[in-house]
Structures are given as C-alpha cells and as structure tokens.
Design a protein around this ligand. Structure first.
Ligand code: MLT
Length: 260
C-alpha cells in the first residue's frame, strides 16, 4: 500500500484504475478496504484514489479530534501529492461529511460529488453527547462494545454473511484512539446545507433502501438542496450500499461518472 506524507504524517491510500480521478472517502470506523468491490473493479476510464483517514488502517494518527475539516485537509494534501488538481469526490457516511467539508474548503477541486448513505445535517445536542459517550467508551473498553452496538444498524438483515464478517473484522482492527478522535470530530461538524446549496456541479446521492442511520428521506432532502443532484435508492441495501449491493451501485455510478 503506498503512502504520502501529509502534514508531516504518513497517510496510506489505495489507487486503482487509470483515467479521470475519483477520490473515495471511507466511513466510520472503517478504512479504505471498505471500498473493496470498487477497488477490485474500478470503473473503466477512472482512477480511484482511496485514503485511510488519519489513525485508521495504515495511516498515522494525529493528536486531537479528527474534525471533518482536518480529514478534508488530509485528502486535499493527498491530491496535491499525487498532482491531481480536480477530482470527482465521493464519500460514504462520515466520508460524505468529509466530502462536504472538502467542498467548503476548496470547491474548485470538486468536479462532481457522490454522496453515499450520508447526510448534510450537523449533530444536535443529544447526538453530540452520544458521540462523546462513544469516544469515552472506546478509550475505556476498546472498540468491541461500539462495534457490537453499531453492527446491527449498518447492513440490511439479508446481507451476505461473508460481507458482514469482513466489515466486522475491519471495525475490530481499528485503534481505539482513532475511533474516539473521529467520533469527537463528527460531533463538531458544521451543517453542510449552505455549501451544498451553493454547489453548482453534478451530484449523485446514493442511499440504501433500508439504511437505518441515514435513511432515504434524509438523502432526498439533501439532494433537494442541489440544482444538479440525482438520487439513486439501492433496493434491499442498508447503510453500506457500496458493499451490500456493489453491482447495483456500479449500474448508477458508472454512467454518472461518464457524464461528468
Ligand atoms: C458512518 O458510517 O460513517 C457513520 O454511521 C456516520 C455517523 O455516525 O454519523
């Protein structure tokens, strides 16, 4: 796995395919591996660039909360290191929050957005308190309780058990410090409605029909902010539609990318 030096730290990333760049940003608490079907079969004519957020996978940690702004800065620095001036920017869930923060920071770098199983809203006070409780729990007891609480909500009941097992293994392998930092970082994220309302480029909003965390109504509300957004609901999938139904995702993603 290659590394780039970003802010004096090593950031690991996967890169597959050749052609126009597509940056894919993973969710919580995962790694670049959470795009394994897409990395295994990159859309023809596109170069996928998939970092591990700081502290996750093989990327070095950084002190303090992993704010969405900081993760967006890391991703922009990776694009700089790879000589990529502009990319389609996609993210799953927390990766979508980072994609929105990146668009706020430097909209000229964003050719188009792909927002998968995510939302534009900030956390309310109760949500922020839950994030802090998660951070404290992983610091005190490791990642297991959080993995066990999150896993039943992530994928639809009919998910392939091998997919479920791989997702669980990936979550259990993450460092408690990184999980705590990302939980605290998500709690402070800004509401993204203003920036999405100003985004004039194309956007594909993808959501699993059975997503319990960011359900289809949230996806539709987010898409309605943008003049050029289209919504794809993936039948039978939950919050990890790109893993639960990769062929169905590919049927909407490939033509969208070709159109950009
Ligand atoms: C994710 O999948 O990244 C998380 O569900 C995001 C969140 O907790 O808001």
């Amino acid at each position: 796995m290659p590394f780039a030096t970003v802010g004096g730290r090593r950031l690991s990333y996967e890169e597959r395919g050749a052609g126009r760049p597509v940056l894919l940003l993973h969710g919580f608490p995962f790694t670049s591996e959470s795009f394994w079907p897409q990395l295994g079969a990159p859309p023809s004519g596109f170069r996928l660039i998939v970092p591990d957020h700081r502290g996750f996978g093989m990327s070095e940690p950084a002190p303090g909360p992993a704010t969405m702004e900081a993760l967006a800065e890391d991703a922009l620095a990776l694009l700089d290191a790879l000589g990529v001036p502009q990319a389609v920017v996609g993210g799953v869930s927390m990766g979508g929050y980072v994609a929105i923060a990146l668009t706020r920071r430097d909209p000229g770098r964003v050719k188009a957005l792909v927002l998968m199983d995510t939302q534009s809203s900030a956390d309310d006070e109760a949500g922020k308190a839950r994030r802090e409780a998660v951070a404290k729990e992983v610091e005190e007891s490791g990642v297991s309780p959080v993995v066990e609480a999150l896993l039943p909500k992530l994928m639809a009941p009919a998910v392939d058990p091998t997919v479920r097992a791989r997702v669980e293994k990936m979550m259990r392998a993450q460092s408690p410090a990184a999980v705590a930092a990302a939980s605290r970082g998500m709690a402070t994220r800004a509401d993204g409605k203003d920036i999405l309302s100003r985004f004039g480029g194309p956007c594909l909003v993808v959501v699993g029909e059975q997503d319990l965390i960011t359900p289809p109504e949230k996806a539709r509300a987010m898409a309605s902010l943008m003049p050029q957004a289209q919504v794809a609901v993936i039948p039978g999938a939950g919050h990890l539609a790109n893993l639960e139904a990769p062929e169905a995702l590919s049927r909407v993603l490939a033509p969208f990318l070709q159109s950009t």
